[in-house]
Design a protein around this ligand. Structure first.
Ligand code: ATP
Length: 775
């Protein structure tokens, strides 16, 4: 081991190290990749520490410099490639003393740690002790004054890598959605066999102190009953559970799913095991019931798209934060609120997380729930209100009940069915009448009073119940607009006495709502609350940064790119030009670019020109020449379908091939409708629940108002959307209406495209040269 007399080179550049600690989580590699590359981009030197805090304590070559190429291909790898460990010696000051010495010997005084609350606690202690540790090392002769002088303060930034999503202060943690993906895949598979044999399944998922995974799994799979540690069931839960399952069975449901969190318990903190739940179902209901404990499969596998872009954006932000924080700043943790990456106080987040655990132990369950993010409680309530639809207290008086029409407009997108299911269930809970319009506006117009064809009809609970995990649109969607036959549209609205309209779809859905709003002057049938829930893989609806289906699409694209890239690993020198959907919006291409680590992304907002292609081919040449080690793999260029009329996907692939002069080859790949995905992703399923309920609550607010009062209120025709850190309704019309403020009608996309700034990040992280020749 080095001693104080070990010659230490004084670094000319700032050195930033990154480590992963605690339980591994999918997405950690994406975070390390982003930290390493952003560090280099910001003119600093990047280091990694192997095996978490163990590596810091041991030093030597457990801490080493990383170069740009070293993290090539890491985005698609599961687990953590730099290793993680639970290090007991770092819990002691003596261990941290060694760690401080090793860091100084490596010239490092900036550290990004990725882990759970334990990891962040250790980091904070380390930072607060740092000056004292250095003084002690000098006093014992382990380091000299000269050695410690450049490292007077330690900057630490936290990233939360945890599948449990148990950290306060952030909506999601790196890894939690990948884990939820695994769970949903397993439960979806169990679904079929459960339905076939009319079986019950008790599925145990991870979460010792936090029920996030269990709650989201229950929402995503329409589970009949749920056990989470924060909200233990009341005494007599066995009777309640059985009566609900019995009722669901009586209504025709053929499968029973119960989700049990690992830390499930009753109100006296006695464990509720999955086997105990199974026994209740078997003995009381005589239900053929099986237990499935998902175990470590929930940790494994490649990260889903959400965790890849999240870890990338957070890794970038961690480097920016570490270079900006001053000694007086408390250490930040990088969080996400809805769609906004932000910084929060690391120790405040840890305190709240640990408080929740203490409150559960003290049986203060309501308070424990409030320590979780506000959405957690909202999701829990939403789950309860849509799983069992007869809550006498939730039912509205007769006078406030509405006839709610539900229609899908535009291309199919993952999440349309779950959103419709939730809207139907919520309507039933409140006493409204949900009416499905089949096959969009043409379906509506075909339905006349004298010759009804069944395309407008009340939805039965059972049919909607089965839409929980179905892709596409079960009620049928259509791109046609009401303007094609406004008089008939109004007639059918009158005929069925619609009192609210819920439109699920993309830009056409937005356009349809706008047309109906404008037609209120001529047709009073449209003087009802109209709300649009954006659902399109293109994510091009004004008023929102997120549309249902876009996450499902990203997952499909990421899977596609992983597979073709893998196929190139034997030949090694191959670039795939992958054509993405998205119409005139480059959102999907850009986010997929961030998620797969694309070499370049071509989008309509920027276009393609010959100089750009020449530069990119030169860059590919350099890139292939510097490929080394195990991380060699095919390269991906993503091209949005409308990026250029001339430079088509095939043309670009051909030009690259020609210009590569045999040094590498190129192929065009068009995933086409594969991008619409199969089953909706968990992100789309859970967001469908939350947003559909908000939409229903929004239209409910208009009950009892006159048609003119409704028409006079700009918010009576609105779009729900994620805007930065909030979920908001935006009016279509009026002075601040989206129709005028944020809609690029000719290009069918919002005027403000929040994600455009990520385009530059894709380039930074791939090392693609800028148009001025810089990197
Ligand atoms: P997970 O959520 O997966 O359990 P975690 O980060 O909470 O992740 P822990 O095992 O609690 O996992 O912590 C990881 C490491 O952080 C520990 O092995 C230890 O090295 C360090 N650590 C945790 N708590 C402290 C502490 N109070 N003081 C110093 N170091 C700590």
């Amino acid at each position: 081991m080095a001693t104080s007399r070990t010659p230490v080179e004084v670094p000319t550049k700032r050195r930033i190290a990154v480590l992963t600690s605690g339980g591994d989580a999918p997405g950690m590699n994406g975070a390390v990749r982003a930290v390493v590359r952003m560090t280099i981009h910001r003119g600093c030197e990047a280091y990694v520490v192997h095996e978490g805090y163990d590596g810091l304590v041991c030093g030597g070559n457990m801490i080493h410099q990383m170069h740009w190429e070293d993290v090539r291909g890491w985005l698609s790898r599961g687990g953590t490639l730099i290793g993680s460990a639970r290090c007991s010696s770092f819990r002691e000051r003596a261990g941290r003393l060694k760690a401080a010495r090793n860091m100084v010997l490596h010239g490092i005084d900036a550290l990004v740690v990725c882990g759970g609350d334990g990891t962040l606690t250790g980091a904070d202690i380390f930072r607060s002790e740092w000056p004292g540790l250095l003084r002690e090392l000098v006093s014992t002769g382990d380091l000299t004054e000269i050695q410690i002088r450049p490292h007077a303060t330690l900057n630490i930034v936290g990233l939360v890598g945890s599948i449990d999503n148990d950290m306060a202060g952030t909506d999601t943690t790196i890894g939690c959605y990948s884990s939820l993906n695994r769970i949903c895949e397993a439960v979806d598979a169990v679904f079929d066999t459960a339905s076939s044999h009319q079986r019950g399944f008790v599925v145990e998922v991870m979460g010792r102190n936090c029920g996030w995974l269990a709650l989201m799994a229950a929402i995503s799979t329409g589970a009949d009953w749920l056990f989470i540690p924060e909200m233990p069931p009341r005494d007599g839960w066995e009777d309640n559970m059985c009566s609900i399952i019995n009722r669901n069975r009586d209504r025709g449901k053929r499968r029973t799913i119960v989700i049990v969190a690992e830390g499930a318990q009753d109100r006296n903190l006695n464990k509720i095991s999955s086997t105990a739940v199974k026994d209740v179902l078997s003995t009381r209901l005589h239900l053929d019931t099986r237990v499935t404990v998902l175990g470590h499969t929930q940790r494994g596998g490649a990260a889903c798209a959400h965790d890849r872009w999240l870890s990338t954006l957070q890794g970038v932000e961690a480097v920016n934060a570490i270079l900006e924080i001053t000694p007086e700043c408390p250490s930040p943790v990088i969080s996400i609120r809805e769609n906004k990456i932000a910084r929060a106080s690391m120790m405040e987040a840890v305190r709240q997380t640990q408080k929740a655990t203490e409150l559960i132990k003290a049986k203060k369950f309501e308070e424990a729930m409030s320590m979780r993010d506000p959405e957690f409680r909202e999701y829990h309530l939403a789950y309860l209100n849509t799983t069992t639809t007869d809550h006498p207290k939730m039912a509205l008086p007769e006078s406030e009940r509405l006839r709610v029409a539900i229609i899908h407009v535009g291309a199919p997108a993952g999440g349309m069915n779950p959103a419709t299911r939730v809207a139907v269930a919520y309507c039933m809970t409140r006493g409204h009448t949900p009416i499905a319009i089949h096959n969009g506006f043409p379906g509506l117009c075909r339905h006349h009073a004298d010759k009804p064809v069944g395309s407008v009809r009340e939805v039965e609970w059972l049919e909607a119940e089965n839409w929980v995990n179905e892709g596409g649109s079960e009620i049928g969607t259509n791109r046609s607009l009401p303007s094609e036959d406004m008089p008939t549209t109004a007639k059918v609205f009158d005929l069925y006495k619609f009192e609210a309209l819920f439109i699920v779809g993309g830009f056409e859905a937005f356009t349809a709502a706008s047309q109906l709003r404008k037609a209120r002057e001529q047709y009073s049938a449209f003087k009802i609350p109209i709300v649009v829930l954006p659902a399109t893989i293109s994510n091009n609806v004004p008023g929102t940064e997120y549309s249902l289906g876009s996450d499902t699409c990203l997952n499909a694209l990421v899977t596609f790119c992983d597979v073709i890239r893998q196929s190139a690993s034997s030949s090694r020198r191959r670039v795939f030009v992958v054509e993405t959907q998205g119409g005139q919006s480059g959102y999907i291409a850009t986010m997929a670019g961030l998620s797969v680590g694309a070499t370049a992304v071509y989008i309509p907002e920027e276009g393609i020109d010959i100089k750009m292609l020449a530069r990119d081919i030169e860059f590919l040449r350099y890139n292939f020449a510097s490929d080394r080690g195990a991380n060699r793999a095919g390269k991906i260029i993503l091209r949005n379908e409308c990026a250029s009329n001339t430079y088509t996907t095939q043309v670009i692939a051909d030009i690259i091939k020609e210009e590569a002069k045999g040094r590498f080859e190129s192929r065009a790949a068009v995933p086409g409708h594969f991008q619409q995905g199969g089953k909706p992703s968990p992100v789309d399923r859970v967001r469908a629940l939350r947003m559909a309920i908000k939409c229903m609550q929004h239209v409910e607010g208009y009950a009892g108002k006159t048609p003119d009062e409704i028409a006079d209120d700009d918010y009576s025709a609105a779009v729900i959307g994620v805007n930065g850190s909030q979920v908001l309704f935006s009016p279509l019309g009026g002075p601040n209406g989206l129709e005028t403020t944020d809609t690029d009608w000719s290009r069918r996309r919002p005027k403000k495209e929040f994600w455009l700034r990520f385009q530059g990040l894709v380039d930074i992280l791939s090392g693609r040269p800028k148009s001025d020749g810089g990197v």
